[in-house]
Design a binder for this molecule. Structure first.
Ligand SMILES: [Zn+2]
Length: 133
C-alpha cells in the first residue's frame, strides 16, 4: 500500500527540499502504529535531537507525530548511516497546505545521489514496516 506521495522540490548545496503528502485513507500520524521496528532497524534514531516544542525525546515523539516528521528523521538517519557527517545534518518539517501537505527540508547531505537514495530507502522502510492500518 502506498502511504504518501513524496515529491522532490529541489536539491541545492546539500539541502534537499521535498513535499510529503499522505494519501487519502493512509494515516497522517503515527498514533496507534508500531514504530518500534524502525528503531530496531536504525538504532541511531533513538539519539536524535528533536525540537518538537514539547521537550519530548524523539523516541516519545515518534509514537505520536506526523508521518512527514517521522520521514524527516528517517531521511536524516539514513544519510548519517550512509556517510554524511552526523553533526552537519539537520532537518525541519512544516505544514505547507492544510490539511496534510508538508514541506520537509534536510541539510547536510553530501550529494544529490545520496539524497535520492536516502529518500527511496526511507519510503521503502515505511512500506516494509507496514506503517499503515
Ligand atoms: Zn523532529
Amino acid at each position: 500500500m502506498k502511504l504518501a506521495t513524496v515529491t522532490v522540490h529541489s536539491y541545492e548545496a546539500g539541502t534537499l527540499r521535498l513535499y510529503f503528502e499522505p494519501l487519502a485513507g493512509a494515516p497522517a500520524t503515527t498514533a496507534g502504529l508500531d514504530v518500534g521496528p524502525l528503531f530496531d532497524e536504525l538504532p541511531g534514531l533513538a539519539k536524535h535531537r528533536c525540537d518538537n516544542g514539547k521537550h519530548r525525546s524523539f523516541c516519545d515523539e515518534a509514537r505520536d507525530t506526523e508521518l512527514a516528521h517521522l520521514f524527516e528523521h528517517l531521511l536524516i538517519e539514513l544519510a548519517a548511516t550512509s556517510g554524511a557527517p552526523r553533526e552537519q545534518l539537520s532537518g525541519a518539517t512544516n505544514l505547507d497546505e492544510a490539511p496534510a501537505r508538508y514541506r520537509i527540508r534536510i541539510s547536510g547531505l553530501q550529494s544529490a545521489v545520496q539524497a535520492e537514495v536516502c529518500r527511496e530507502n526511507a519510503m521503502r522502510l515505511l512500506k516494509r514496516l507496514k506503517l499503515c492500518v
